[in-house]
Design a protein around this ligand. Structure first.
Ligand code: FES
Length: 151
């Protein structure tokens, strides 16, 4: 099944363009320009319509070439900005960039469509819910931050 078939099948299942984009990002770590063009084609969208659908994901270039990638939903933190600020300070990478050591790509996104389970993040293509109280997320993130210190 090629990428166009995958997009078509997600559309047929009733997924929105935003959800299709999110699913591709989870599956492949990034969404290529080719995949974006195919989302537009399959859904019959103009550039502006696609951008409007993907409002949370303006950084969807092929940037996730780092060893690890971390996406955090900003919208989940409307009520708890302090937690997001502390996390950003800990990570210490500008959103939409990869650390100089090539270890971690970091991006703050808009809503991922999983609000009831938030605050949400996607770390190495795996979705983590309630990251402010999720030992698995904390353990995995700490191991990556430790890895960065070893360089
Ligand atoms: S507000 Fe974060 S997933 Fe919807």
């Amino acid at each position: 099944m090629d990428i166009k078939d995958i997009i078509q099948s997600m559309k047929d299942e009733g997924h929105s363009p935003k959800r299709v984009h999110f699913n591709l990002k989870i599956k492949y770590g990034s969404v290529s320009e080719e995949a974006l063009a195919l989302i537009k084609e399959v859904f019959g969208l103009s550039d502006n319509e696609l951008n409007s659908h993907l409002g949370w994901a303006p950084l969807n270039k092929d940037k996730a070439k780092a060893k690890h990638s971390l996406l955090i939903c900003r919208s989940c933190h409307k009520e708890n900005q302090d937690y997001l600020d502390a996390l950003c300070a800990l990570i210490n990478i500008k959103s939409g960039t990869t650390s100089d050591d090539g270890i971690l790509y970091f991006e703050i996104t808009g809503c991922m469509g999983l609000c009831a389970l938030g605050p949400n993040a996607v770390l190495d293509q795996k979705i983590y819910n309630k990251i402010n109280d999720n030992p698995s997320f904390t353990l995995k993130l700490n191991s990556i931050l430790e890895e960065r210190k070893q360089i």
